[in-house]
Design a protein around this ligand. Structure first.
Ligand SMILES: Cc1ncc(COP(=O)(O)O)c(C=O)c1O
Length: 365
């Protein structure tokens, strides 16, 4: 029997092993490990890749979110609208600044439902945070026009959407800040924690650059009380290698997911859909099944691993009890939490491996 893991980060390493190893050695031998040429090069190249004017490397995706919110002046007393079905880091990016996350329901593509945002806007609303979840893309025309109408800031959580586009424009470049994670399992993954913020605003870029380095531009001259959130040279160097193959990486994921969509066929299972005018980069292939626990057990027996992204929506998590939300408040989100399942997907997945998964799912009764 084949054994299929939900993800294989080792395959992603092996594909470009020589380049990664050479780069790692060159950084180790350089004697320069924090804020050097690799970071500078990565920032330039990632800005170019996304089409943003500036990129600032940071220590993680969560840092990009909370520092990004902070740079927009989001703080106590402010409300930020965010979809309820997200990874908890999005919400923490808001609440770490003392602001209040205001949850709203997702649409059929798992993204923030643009038609349900307006009813959540109050005098306290400062921003909308869009999370391009699973590599899909939110309905950006509607969201951008709402931000203009109500003079709101726009934050994009692109931790799962490197390279995804809406009408040809990259996610991360629609609003004030685009926040990226390069956690190893992401489409553009490092070999440890790493993140970045992209923006078209030179002031935000400069202030973020200062903030990430203890609030200093010049060593030991501190302008503001900042943080230590620097992207290190080793991660930046390895990211430079991976970024140079990003188109190939994305194309392979698209091909694998098109194959799933074409071949999966089981009346008990709903397949994910791609929004018109968008290009999904398939961070995950998320199916839905009302008998999910049975399906998981069945696939486990066949040695096929799956993951639930995510079983507990933030509003029901222990961490956010203090917001006072109750079960039943966000029925679509809660239904997704009870039915979603990410099936195996990774760069380097072989035809045989994928066919084994497809046959197993199609035979589920
Ligand atoms: C949607 C989303 N936002 C934010 C993050 C946080 O990124 P990091 O783990 O790099 O802090 C992640 C991933 O972990 C994520 O999936």
């Amino acid at each position: 029997m084949m054994k299929i893991m939900p993800n294989r980060m080792d395959y992603g390493f092996q594909k470009y092993q020589q380049e990664f190893e050479e780069k790692a050695l060159s950084v180790l031998r350089s004697g320069w490990y924090v804020l050097g040429n690799e970071v500078k090069t990565f920032e330039e190249r990632f800005a170019e890749y996304t089409g943003a004017s500036y990129c600032v490397g940071l220590a993680s995706g969560l840092d990009a979110l909370w520092i990004g919110c902070k740079m927009l002046g989001i703080g106590p007393g402010d409300e930020v609208i965010v979809q309820a079905n997200t990874y908890i880091a999005s919400v923490m990016g808001i609440s770490m600044n003392g602001a209040t996350p205001i949850f709203t329901e997702p649409d059929e593509y798992f993204q923030i439902d643009a038609d349900k945002i307006e009813e959540k806007i109050t005098e306290k609303t400062k921003a909308i945070m869009v999370v391009h979840l699973y590599g899909h893309v939110a309905d950006m025309d509607k969201i951008v026009s709402l931000c203009k109408k109500y003079n709101l800031k726009l934050i994009e959580d692109c931790a799962q959407s490197h390279g995804a586009t809406y009408k040809g424009k990259m996610t991360g470049t629609f609003g004030d800040v685009g926040c990226f994670s390069f956690y190893p399992s992401k489409n553009l993954g490092a070999f440890g924690d790493a993140g970045a913020l992209v923006t078209n605003d030179p002031k935000i870029a400069e202030e973020t650059r200062i903030y990430r380095n203890y609030g200093s531009e010049k060593r030991y001259y501190n302008k503001v009380v900042g943080a230590n959130s620097r992207l290190d040279e080793l991660q930046a160097g390895l990211l430079n290698v991976r970024l140079s193959h990003m188109d190939e990486i994305t194309e392979e994921r698209k091909r694998l997911c098109a194959n799933y969509t074409n071949k999966l066929c089981n009346p008990s299972i709903y397949l994910p859909k791609e929004r018109e005018n968008t290009s999904t980069v398939w961070h995950q292939y998320v199916i839905r099944c009302d008998r999910r626990e049975e399906l998981i057990a069945y696939l486990n027996e066949k040695q096929i691993g799956t993951i639930i992204h995510y079983p507990i929506p933030p509003h029901l998590s222990e961490a956010y009890q203090y917001l006072g939300h109750k079960k039943g408040e966000f029925p679509i989100t809660e239904n997704y939490a009870d039915t979603v399942l990410s099936i195996p997907l990774y760069n380097g997945m072989t035809e045989e491996e994928q066919q084994y998964v497809i046959d197993a799912i199609n035979a589920f009764k």
